[in-house]
Design a protein around this ligand. Structure first.
Ligand SMILES: [Fe+2]
Ligand SMILES: [Fe+2]
Length: 273
């Protein structure tokens, strides 16, 4: 969609991120990554407050340097910890979003704006093939053995369902939060994993698909177009869109917190047995 490629692929992202970050604290690293992925983006909307929400919503909630993200960015996780993370991430953000949340959202009988929006997102999540399938193949390649769905993922799926099933303005704000945050989140996971699993990370198409200009950045633009279409009818919907957006960030933050707790638990010897 955009003609200039900016930092639209993995290698240029890694290069830019590596420049001068050696002396950075982990919080400064998170901030730089956020700036690269979200702060420096072109405006996705013609509505100023919507652009502000996308740029600042996650920052204002203190989400971008949550403990889980800091551990990932700092390379603090052992390979077992990383595998626990990837397992939970697959079940919630991969399988859960694509196979549970979106199909349920597609069943909503609201209006054509919503219907065509969800249809487009489902199509993109399956192009060139299922994204959660590509992710599953990637993590199995690095030795993750998928468990049953952990509680962190179950809880995140429940939260996302509440968001995507809420009133239309709220649901679109929620979707915008998920799509905006995903860009930063996937970039952070890419940077963190590339250090440890470089050949596998370079072999999978998962990161390139999401970090080029047709990935999450385009999903955010599409969500904005729908929000603009529904806002034409009435101005009072802004608060609802903002509320949905913020809840999506809070739910993602809780999900990361829950995964972190599961990692800690998985490390403990089986004392209770
Ligand atoms: Fe995807
Ligand atoms: Fe997306």
């Amino acid at each position: 969609m955009y003609s200039d490629k900016k930092l639209s692929n993995c290698s240029s992202l890694a290069e830019r991120f590596a420049q001068g970050t050696n002396s950075f604290s982990v919080r400064e690293k998170a901030k730089l990554l956020y700036e690269i992925r979200i702060g420096e983006r072109k405006d996705a909307s013609s509505i100023e407050w919507l652009n502000d929400l996308m740029r600042n919503g996650a920052l204002e909630l203190g989400h971008i340097d949550n403990e889980m993200y800091c551990d990932l960015l700092e390379g603090k996780l052992s390979s077992k910890d990383l595998k626990t993370f990837l397992d939970a991430y697959y079940w919630g953000s991969g399988y859960g979003f694509q196979r549970v949340v979106l199909p349920l959202a597609a069943k909503r009988k609201v209006n054509d704006v919503w219907k065509s929006y969800i249809k487009d997102i489902i199509y993109e999540e399956n192009t060139p093939s299922s994204h959660c399938g590509i992710f599953k193949e990637f993590i199995e390649n690095i030795g993750v053995e998928l468990s049953a769905m952990p509680r962190s993922a179950e809880r995140f799926i429940e939260s996302m369902n509440k968001g995507y099933q809420n009133n239309l303005d709220y649901a679109l704000g929620y979707a915008l939060g998920i799509e905006t945050e995903a860009d930063f989140q996937i970039a952070l996971i890419y940077i963190s994993l590339a250090r440890v699993y470089e050949p596998e990370v370079n072999k999978t198409s998962f990161f390139e698909i999401h970090l080029d200009e047709y990935g999450e950045e385009m999903h955010a633009q599409e969500t904005c177009q729908c929000i603009e279409a529904i806002l034409v009818e009435c101005d009072g919907k802004r608060e609802c869109v903002e509320e949905g957006f913020r809840q999506a960030i809070i739910d993602t933050m809780n999900y990361m917190h829950d995964i972190k707790n599961e990692i800690v638990k998985a490390k403990q010897p089986e004392m209770s047995l």
